[in-house]
Design a protein around this ligand. Structure first.
Ligand code: SF4
Ligand code: SF4
Length: 437
């Protein structure tokens, strides 16, 4: 009978981890639907990027207030979770504060005290985050893509954090009464008086209920990640590691196509020069669906934190155009999820559902042609996501597969082809201005 709580806890833990592993497998399978791209070069620069941007949060602090608050939540989240190790072991072994005799009062108290201070700071930070979203209503949280689930998701996670941190402090406050040890109760000593006058049985019940909700909440949180923008707490690391290291604005072109264009535009180009490295005929130019994108672009979609920093600097968005780079990433993720579910429902093969990423269901042509290709979104993203690469791949598809460029662009390309310049004047007339009086 006395082992029933341990057994229930073990079952809960196994179920939580089992579903989490299943979700991780789904994400990996979906990311692997993307085309191959080699990002195995410049390893030291990649490690440095990951350490600086994902671990060191260097791009977050470009906006000091949200950056600092995010660092508090991030550091608190990681450090406080050390305590979860003890909670899990206590749950499995039926012990209480297993590490106390091992670490000794002094060091254990120091750790608990540190966790408590962090828990308080995290609590304050998430309350400020909540106020910024819901009371101050900062503009980038109000774009039209931030309604419904994305809005609720942003708030849910803040409630999660508030509840988890409060329960942690309540656990310690009630325990301080029970054990009269006062070990590390730097913050909870101020909460403890709220529980004075309650019988030891009552205190024990409150402490146990807090403990169970706390650990259950952590397991639920682990599985909630799959449905949430908060996947970035895991994916920010590989995402920054595998980010594009080429200079911004440098695109990967098919060498054979590049040579054709050179021959067309440069009268001095030698048609018999060494042939371009043969890359073979691509099955399809550009991208119209998620499976045409590469795996890093798909990982980008799962990593997007929906912070809207990209959209807040996008000149197209700022001038009232349809485009939002954040929405590009969110729609890519939504479509990827849809394709993944389709594959699951059809025994591992995708059945055509009549939809694709580019089109009225997800990203419209109006959106992608609104982009100025300025790279501001890429520069601003705190986790090195590249919405522009998806936009450019879709443009390539429209131009090279569908001949569906906007009229203005077609006219410009025709002029380049005929006149070697974007203007509608013959090359023969170029020097006419010299003879003008
Ligand atoms: S590259 Fe395009 S999407 Fe990105 S900020 Fe510039 S205009 Fe906006
Ligand atoms: S792409 Fe980057 S900047 Fe834009 S919303 Fe996602 S995480 Fe934020």
């Amino acid at each position: 009978m006395q082992y029933i709580p341990n057994l229930i806890f073990a079952l809960l833990l196994v179920a939580g981890v089992y579903f989490f592993v299943g979700n991780v497998k789904r994400i990996i399978r979906n990311i692997k639907l993307g085309k191959d791209v080699d990002r195995s070069d410049q390893k030291s620069e990649r490690w440095a990027n990951m350490a600086r941007i994902a671990l060191g949060q260097s791009k977050m602090v470009r906006r000091p207030v949200s950056g600092l608050l995010h660092i508090i939540v991030y550091a608190g989240f990681i450090i406080i979770n050390v305590e979860v190790l003890e909670i899990i072991l206590d749950g499995l072994l039926g012990t209480h504060r297993l590490f106390l005799p091992i670490l000794g009062n002094g060091f254990y108290g120091f750790l608990i005290g540190t966790f408590e201070v962090l828990a308080l700071l995290v609590l304050v930070a998430v309350i400020v985050f909540w106020i910024r979203r819901n009371v101050i209503k900062i503009k980038r949280f109000l774009n039209k893509e931030m309604t419904g689930w994305p809005k609720n998701d942003g708030n849910f996670i803040l409630y999660f954090e508030m509840v988890l941190m409060s329960l942690f402090l309540i656990m310690n406050a009630t325990d301080a009464h029970l054990q009269a040890a006062g070990i590390g109760n730097i913050v909870s000593q101020f909460i403890a008086p709220l529980f004075s006058g309650i019988s030891p049985e009552g205190l024990h019940t409150i402490e146990r209920v807090s403990w169970w909700i706390h650990i259950t909440g952590i397991l639920v949180f682990l599985n909630y990640l799959y449905y949430s923008k908060h996947l970035h707490i895991l994916l920010a690391f590989p995402n920054t590691f595998y980010a594009n290291l080429k200079a911004k604005g440098q695109f990967s072109n098919n060498k054979n196509v590049t040579k054709e264009v050179q021959l067309m535009m440069d009268p001095n180009a030698d048609p018999y020069a060494a042939p371009a490295e043969d890359e073979g005929e691509p099955e399809k130019f550009g991208a119209s669906d998620v499976t045409d994108l590469n795996w890093v672009q798909l990982m980008n979609a799962y990593t997007c934190t929906e912070c809207g920093r990209c959209t807040s600097v996008c000149p197209a968005n700022l001038t009232g155009k349809e485009l939002s780079p954040r929405a590009i990433m969110m729609k890519t993720r939504d479509r990827l999820q849809e394709v993944g579910k389709n594959i699951e429902a059809n025994n591992g093969t995708f059945q055509d559902d009549g939809k694709q990423l580019l089109g009225d269901d997800y990203i419209t042509q109006e959106e992608i042609w609104a982009c100025t290709s300025c790279n501001a979104c890429v520069e601003e993203c705190p986790v090195n996501i590249d919405p522009l690469s998806i936009i450019m791949d879709m443009r390539q598809y429209l131009v090279m597969e569908q001949s569906a460029a906007p009229q203005e662009l077609n006219a410009m390309m025709q002029n380049v082809e005929n006149n070697g310049a974007p203007w509608p004047y013959s090359q023969m007339d170029r020097l006419n201005w010299v003879n003008e009086e």
